[in-house]
Every structure is written in structure tokens, then in C-alpha cells.
Design a protein around this ligand. Structure first.
Ligand code: ADP
Length: 190
């Protein structure tokens, strides 16, 4: 089983690369942002709760995210493995994920981080905001908050995997296929 954490700031290209990885490796995509947006669209209580945080660019509380991921893992049967996208976003989430995987006889194969300068991230998110229909993409202040939250709360997660010798960083600027090739090389080394 291959279980990958695809890591990087908002706008780094995690969603785009995930789609290609799913196609090539047949893995299950687990994007917490997508799961929240699904709940939001369906108007569930979880969606309503998540919206209050997401619209401001803040993180949804750990316990809410962790329960949702637990549910998704336990209801996904016969998977070849998972691509975790946008999760874990805090060290507490990373610890909870390890515990969950261990209890299911699984483990993280590695973290692949997409490295993109902040100025480029802002441009990409602004561009995406024209069509994404996401409130959090359409306001510069919220985008800045998301990048700050990433630096303060999410970046330590990279250290968590570095300590376990599971961390690889890749240049996330360039052509989509070129970046995908680099990711594939790392995937094939697992
Ligand atoms: P992006 O990577 O572009 O910021 P995501 O779709 O991954 O977009 O996440 C959108 C929002 O959903 C985040 O800003 C946050 O409010 C919420 N969210 C997603 N994943 C998590 C998570 N693992 N922990 C806390 N909040 C999350």
C-alpha cells in the first residue's frame, strides 16, 4: 500500500497533481478541503460549522477534521492506498493520522512537499478565484490569512515527517507534467 501526504501551501498545486496521481497509481484521494466543500454544498451541520472557519481562512478545529478523516478511512474498503491532500495541517492532526493508520495496519510511505514562492501562490489563487466559486479565494486579506496560518500552524508538520525520514521537497513551479514527473520519481522510490 502507498500512503502519501501531498504537502504545500494553498495554491501549490496539490489538487492538480492529486488528479494525475490517482490516475497513474489508482490511489484514493482524501482532500479534507474537498470533503468540507461537499458538506457545505449539502448543507450538513458539519458543513455549516466548517464554513465559519473556511470563509475566514482559518483552520477547522482538529477534532472535527480528525473525526471526518477517520470516518473516510474506515468506510473506504480495498484501497490501494491514500493521497492525503490538505491533511494533516497541524502536528496534532499528523499524530492522530499516525495513530489511525497504525490501528488499521497501515503507515505513511512519505510526504511530498511542493515548494512555491508566496508571490506566485497569491497570483495563482487570484486566478483560480475567478472560476472556483470559493469565498476564500476571492479576497486578498483571506488569502494572506491562509498563507500566514500555513506558516504558523502547518509548516511544523513538514518537520514531523522529516524526523521520520519521510520528507521530500519538490520545486512546484514549472509545467504541470514536468512537476508530475518529479513526483512520480519519488513515488516510484517508495
Ligand atoms: P487550500 O489548500 O487552497 O487552502 P483546501 O481546500 O485544502 O484549500 O482547504 C480550504 C479550507 O478548508 C482551509 O482554509 C481550512 O479552513 C479548511 N481545511 C481543509 N483541510 C483542513 C485541515 N486539515 N485542518 C483544518 N482545516 C482544514
Amino acid at each position: 500500500m502507498l500512503n502519501i501526504v501531498l504537502f504545500g501551501p494553498p495554491g501549490a498545486g496539490k489538487g492538480t497533481q492529486s488528479e494525475k496521481l490517482i490516475e497513474k497509481y489508482g490511489l484514493t484521494h482524501l482532500s479534507t478541503g474537498d470533503l468540507f466543500r461537499k458538506h457545505l454544498g449539502e448543507g450538513t451541520d458539519l458543513g455549516k460549522l466548517a464554513r465559519t472557519y473556511m470563509d475566514q481562512g482559518h483552520l477547522v478545529p482538529d477534532q472535527v477534521v480528525i473525526s471526518m478523516v477517520e470516518d473516510k478511512i474506515s468506510t473506504t474498503k480495498d484501497s490501494k492506498g491514500f493521497i492525503f491532500d490538505g491533511f494533516p495541517r497541524t502536528t496534532a492532526q499528523a499524530e492522530a493520522l499516525d495513530a489511525m493508520l497504525i490501528s488499521n495496519g497501515m503507515k505513511i510511505s512519505g510526504m511530498i512537499a511542493l515548494d512555491v514562492p508566496h508571490e506566485i501562490l497569491k497570483e495563482r489563487i487570484k486566478e483560480r478565484g475567478k472560476t472556483s466559486n470559493r469565498a476564500d479565494d476571492q479576497n486578498e486579506e483571506k488569502v494572506n490569512t491562509r498563507i500566514k496560518v500555513y506558516l504558523d500552524e502547518t509548516l511544523p508538520v513538514a518537520k514531523y515527517y522529516e524526523k521520520q525520514d519521510k520528507y521530500t521537497s519538490i520545486n512546484g513551479v514549472g509545467g504541470i507534467d514536468e512537476i508530475f514527473e518529479e513526483i512520480s520519481e519519488v513515488m516510484d522510490s517508495y
